[in-house]
Design a protein around this ligand. Structure first.
Ligand code: TRP
Length: 334
């Protein structure tokens, strides 16, 4: 039986951090061997916010490098740059003809934009879910590994795909659904007390894959802890529990149990705990950081990967688009 088709896009907004890596990216690395996966860098989507050309290119390049360094294998999956597929805007245009203004205006992500930047709303923002639907439908994907925040966009993708099938009386598109691999998404806490490592809480909250050992030591030394424990066997605050959770990922079981015992009997020294985590993080991330450095200097390899991805993705996209053009009534005169 043919493997199920998975599609996912990532917006090129800067460097990946440990949370991205342990969450989405390690899942992609597993999935690429179990499914037919299309992973792309969503640079068309970036245009809604008018990035400057040099930044856009650098961000795309950096995401590509970091994906490869994390273990995405261009021979196992199809790894490509969205703007290498002219078939995506063509399908987007077709889908737009059957996307209603009212339903697009009701999308939560658009309503949020309309609220926060009422004087800066372009058609690309309004039709963002249509472009995302085109990304998914162009490969006839049934599975889309995304977080909860993308659920509504996926529902729209199903609506647009079903509508197209119905209007043109052909089952071209399957229904795409959100997909969480094995239900064991690992969530990395932030360093400043939040339950999730996220760049929106500031750079001090995240460990980036490109952070140097010095930067990691500095960030860890500033990680939030608590004044306690004041009594034996008290329950750790969220900030301290976050540090234990971080330890679970990068440190040995012995170390973790040493510090949880020290917490329980009130002998814990947070300075030592944070130094230990910093060193373990450095060891954990150094192979990735070294690969990133190598790839940054290897334009030849990057060009080869991009070309390979473009060819594989275009083949799939061109097949779908051919079907769409046929049912619409675009017929050749030649
Ligand atoms: N909207 C997604 C995000 O913000 C990125 C994205 C664009 C995407 N196209 C996609 C994700 C297609 C999955 C499938 O994270």
């Amino acid at each position: 039986m043919a493997k199920e088709i998975v599609v996912s896009g990532i917006r090129p907004t800067g460097n990946l951090h440990l949370g991205n890596y342990m969450g989405a990216v390690t899942n992609f690395v597993k999935m690429q061997y179990d499914y037919t996966c299309y992973f792309f860098i969503a640079d068309y989507h970036s245009l809604t916010t008018h990035p400057n050309p040099a930044d856009l290119h650098n961000n795309v390049r950096q995401v590509l490098i970091e994906y490869l360094a994390c273990g995405l294998n261009p021979d196992a999956c199809t790894l490509y740059i969205q703007s290498d597929l002219p078939q995506i805007p063509e399908l987007y245009m077709m889908l737009n003809m059957h996307a209603y203004k009212g339903e697009l205006e009701r999308v939560a992500s658009f309503k949020e934009k309309a609220r926060t930047q009422p004087d800066n709303l372009n058609a690309g923002l309004l039709t963002y879910p249509v472009l995302m639907a085109a990304d998914i439908l162009i490969h006839k994907a049934g599975k889309v590994p995304v977080g909860k925040d993308q659920e509504q966009h996926l529902e729209m993708a199903r609506t647009f795909g079903n509508r197209f099938n119905r209007i043109y009386e052909k089952e071209i598109f399957p229904e795409p659904y959100a997909f969480n691999y094995g239900n064991n998404l690992i969530k990395i806490p932030g360093l400043q007390g939040g339950s999730k490592m996220s760049k929106s809480d500031g750079d001090a909250n995240v460990i980036s894959l490109i952070n140097t050992p010095e930067q990691i030591r500095k960030k860890m030394s500033k990680a939030v802890t608590e004044t306690g424990p004041l009594m034996v066997d008290s329950i750790p605050s969220e900030a301290v529990q976050n540090l234990f959770n971080l330890m679970k990922i990068v440190s040995t079981d012995e170390k973790l149990s040493h510090y949880t015992k020290a917490y329980a009997n009130c002998s814990i020294r947070y300075g030592d705990l944070k130094k230990d985590i910093a060193e373990d993080l450095i060891n954990f991330l150094s192979p990735i950081r070294e690969k990133i450095t190598l790839l940054q200097a290897d334009n030849k390899l990057l060009a080869k990967v991009v070309k390979q991805g473009r060819e594989k993705a275009q083949e799939s996209a061109a097949n779908t688009l051919k079907e769409c053009r046929e049912v619409i009534g675009f017929k050749s005169f030649l």
